[in-house]
Design a protein around this ligand. Structure first.
Ligand SMILES: [Zn+2]
Ligand SMILES: [Zn+2]
Length: 171
């Protein structure tokens, strides 16, 4: 994690970003509350918020009801933590393009992109569940009865399909 006290300027609109503390994850997130509504995640922090079951209430509270300025999402952003150009990368299952710093691992999401990623993850999870159910559920119910659902969710087969789907839906 980078220095939590440091004021960071938004890589998209140059406004000062606001530190939002996320109690569940125990970290600070920088959000451009006075500008474009973009969110900056340090290194691996985004992983704590991209799944639908992960709590983003604090993030939503910070941006709720605000009007944000429009920014050109195709522009190359410069990492506010280490001053090098960020690169565009697909993130999550939704084909959403985010800005990533290859030096420090920071990720910048434009307003609304986090919600898109999470929405796509949810759809992906539902599809996987349906696939796993159609392939194995009856079979597993016969074999192990009531615990089938739990076992399906954590089974190596599900993991295999999840990896497979990820590779096809993301680049
Ligand atoms: Zn901004
Ligand atoms: Zn960086």
């Amino acid at each position: 994690m980078a220095d939590n006290k440091e004021i960071i300027k938004c890589p998209a609109c140059d406004n000062e970003m606001k530190k939002i503390f996320i109690p569940d994850a125990g970290i600070n997130i920088d959000i451009c509350t006075e500008g474009c509504g973009g969110i900056l995640f340090d290194n691996r922090e985004l992983n704590k918020f991209d799944e639908p079951h992960e709590n983003i209430d604090e993030i939503l509270k910070a941006i709720d009801g605000k009007t944000f300025i429009k920014v050109d999402e195709s522009e190359t952003r410069v990492c506010p933590l280490c001053n090098v150009p960020m690169v565009k990368m697909g993130a999550g299952a939704g084909g959403v393009e985010i800005d990533v710093c290859n030096t420090c691992g920071a990720k910048f999401l434009d307003n609304g992109e986090l919600q898109k990623i999470r929405g796509a993850e949810e759809v992906k999870n539902e599809r996987l569940d349906a696939l796993m159910n159609s392939l194995y559920k009856e079979n597993l119910h016969d074999v192990i009865g009531k615990n089938a659902d739990k076992n399906i969710k954590s089974s190596p087969r599900r993991q295999f399909f999840e990896d497979l789907v990820y590779k096809h839906l993301t680049r």
